[in-house]
Design a protein. Structure first.
Length: 116
């Protein structure tokens, strides 16, 4: 059974930093990609950052380019999101995602709140 466990969310002041982690377990298939999505109240879930597991290439939403960095530890099957220069509009529940075995898997989410 695939499990994605996110951690690292919390309350931070604008301009601050947080580092999210996503530990994946039960992976019995080839991972195509992993990523971070977020959903703010009243808004649709959106892709924040994605990473090709095979090639290591990355993609970012325009709103976070230059501020967020996605990375991985292949040995630990763990995905990270380093978030700097946080803004109040970054407030959302952040979800870890794995795509592999022809389907998506999601974590339970971790709340990030940025105060002004």
């Amino acid at each position: 059974q695939v499990q994605l466990v996110e951690s690292g969310g919390g309350l931070v002041q604008a301009g601050g930093s947080l580092r999210l982690s996503c530990a994946a377990s039960g992976i019995m298939f080839r991972i195509n990609s992993m990523g971070w999505h977020r959903q703010a109240p009243g808004k649709q879930r959106e892709l924040v950052a994605g990473l090709s597991w095979t090639y290591g290439s990355t993609t970012y939403a325009d709103s976070v380019k230059g501020r967020f960095t996605i990375s991985r530890d292949i040995q630990k099957n763990t995905l990270y999101l380093e978030m700097n220069s946080l803004k109040p509009e970054d407030t959302a529940v952040y979800y870890c995602n794995v795509y592999g075995g022809a389907r998506d898997y999601w974590g339970q989410g971790t709340l990030v709140t940025v105060s002004s």
